[in-house]
Design a protein around this ligand. Structure first.
Ligand code: 2AM
Length: 500
């Protein structure tokens, strides 16, 4: 073992860990693997005897650590939270100064900041890396968002660039990243150093929040075609397949087309018609929304996507309410094809707003945590490998390349002109959702965000009046410089009298 030390090691051989280890080994890197339950490791190594780099199975953490080249690079891929801390605690006494621990789980960025600080105090280095793309991505090319000490990342970079999904340098199109059995070479890796300490995991969290928004928007488009136009799932699936050839071209639209055209193997009915309408969540969308509230950044579209899942979860209550609460019973008598096109435009405009919110969030976070994020590069590494991969992201990369300090994506000439052309349809769809009684919270909130962001004057003047009235919170004046505060001694007689 001493002669042939491994380039890197990985702890945690659930599916993500196994797939990432195979991806690393496929690219010629010798990788040591360890799992708490030894049988899982033994089975994994036995099933994969001939990888180009080679898998080195280790039964103890001591053997695992001893098998690695220095500075040691140890990837941890266990369930985010307490398990990560438990693994780090077991590992730290065995490591030596300068060794590098890499957390590839979906850690909360504040945990990553804490872990990096704690390990630094012990002379160790910590990289928190977002790994997106699910099991397929881990196996054949994920989108990677590493954060931490840049000098430590330099040791990991060759491995991370090798295993990441690749996109075409010019068009940004994925180079077949997720195709089974085909490791992709050449092209631009969907991997870039994000920033210090928790930056990588923060950006991964926003990625997941955006993913929540994308998924809910697609569901609303489906619901409108079903509810307003009475289309069947396979018919709607064909619409999505067509949309996937245009500006909405993306992984989520593509799989939606397939899912809607899938038949249930048991009944032969459309698959989606037999699936219970309650959605679960693991928490990254909630973290994104809570963080938006904490930082005071408007990100209503992601939050609506999270709330939509919450509302879907109370199925029994909804079924009971459906028998009591009424809504409109309107029949569609317009042009069906025109309405489908309008839904397409509403989806695209809402998507622009949702991403604009996500990038605003990252802009604020970099101030809060003293990071310097490269938004163009972030959009670029999301073009392949990950769940939100989409042709549209190339436009975001181009927007930030043209204006690195762009205040809001909505102000980019391409996105501005796209919304200008499509917004009449977007408004038509949101109005129709209201008229037909179909919930479309992400479409609606995105439109309100757009209208709010472009409003030179919002009704917060009245709000300040209210705050000054009941709490003497003061107000600023339109005819005085910002930062000068005024207060009115509100006449007693206009105050509501407290009744005792
Ligand atoms: P296991 O196979 O022994 O359960 C996903 O749960 C992965 O994380 C699995 O590989 C699992 O190991 C590992 N894991 C979960 N909790 C752990 C812990 N506290 N210590 C070490 N590994 C853990």
């Amino acid at each position: 073992m001493a002669k042939n030390k491994s380039e890197i090691g990985l702890i945690g051989l659930a599916v993500m860990g196994q797939n990432l280890a195979l991806n690393v080994a496929d690219h010629g890197f010798r990788i040591s693997v360890y799992n708490r339950t030894t049988d899982t490791m033994k089975k994994f190594v036995a099933e994969n005897p001939n990888t180009p780099g080679g898998l080195v199975g280790c039964e103890t953490l001591e053997d695992f650590v001893a098998s690695l080249k220095r500075p040691r690079k140890v990837i941890i891929l266990v369930k985010a939270g307490g398990a990560t801390d438990a693994v780090i605690d077991g590992l730290v006494p065995l490591l030596q100064k300068g060794d590098i621990v890499i957390d590839g789980g979906n850690a909360k960025w504040t945990d990553t900041i804490r872990r990096e600080r704690d390990l630094k105090a012990k002379g160790l280095r910590f990289i928190g890396s977002g790994v997106s793309g699910g099991e397929e991505g881990a196996r054949f090319g994920p989108s990677l968002m590493p954060g931490g000490d840049p000098k430590a990342y330099a040791f990991l970079e060759p491995v991370w660039n090798a295993i990441a999904a690749k996109v075409d340098a010019k068009t940004g199109r994925p180079l077949g990243g997720a195709e089974p059995g085909k490791p992709v070479e050449g092209g631009v890796p969907c991997c870039t150093y994000i920033g210090p300490d928790g930056a990588g995991h923060y950006v991964k969290m926003v990625h997941n929040g955006i993913e929540y928004g994308d998924m809910q928007m697609i569901c609303e488009a489906y619901d409108l075609m079903r509810g307003v136009l009475g289309m069947t799932a396979p018919e709607i699936g064909k619409v999505f397949a067509k949309w996937n050839t245009g500006m909405l071209d993306s992984f989520l639209i593509e799989i939606t087309a397939d899912i809607l055209q899938q038949a249930d193997p048991v009944t032969g009915k459309p698959f989606v018609d037999v699936v219970l309408d309650t959605a679960g969540q693991k928490g990254t969308g909630k973290w994104t929304s809570v963080n938006a509230l904490d930082m005071g950044v408007p990100a209503p579209t992601v939050a609506e996507a999270v709330f939509s899942r919450c509302l879907s979860a109370v199925k029994e209550e909804r079924v009971a309410a459906s028998k009591i609460l009424t809504g409109p019973k309107k029949k569609f008598d317009g042009n069906k094809a025109a309405f489908v096109k309008a839904i397409h435009d509403a989806l695209y405009c809402s998507k622009i707003c949702s991403y604009a919110q996500g990038f605003q969030l990252m802009r604020e976070a970099q101030k809060e945590y003293q990071w310097k994020l490269d938004f163009g590069a972030i959009a670029q590494i999301w073009r392949g490998g990950c769940i939100i991969r989409a042709a549209f992201l190339q436009k975001i990369t181009e927007a930030f390349a043209a204006q690195p300090d762009l205040a809001n994506l909505l102000l980019d000439p391409y996105f501005n002109s796209t919304i200008k052309k499509a917004q009449a349809n977007w408004r038509k769809v949101v109005a129709a959702a209201v008229e037909y009684g179909i919930p479309a919270p992400t479409f609606g909130s995105a439109l309100s965000y757009y209208d709010g962001y472009r409003a030179a004057r919002l009704p917060a003047n009245l709000l300040q009046g209210q705050r000054d009235f009941f709490g003497a919170h003061t107000y600023e004046r339109v005819d005085q410089p910002r930062g000068k505060f005024f207060h009115i001694d509100w006449p007693e007689k206009v105050r509501p009298q407290i009744e005792i």
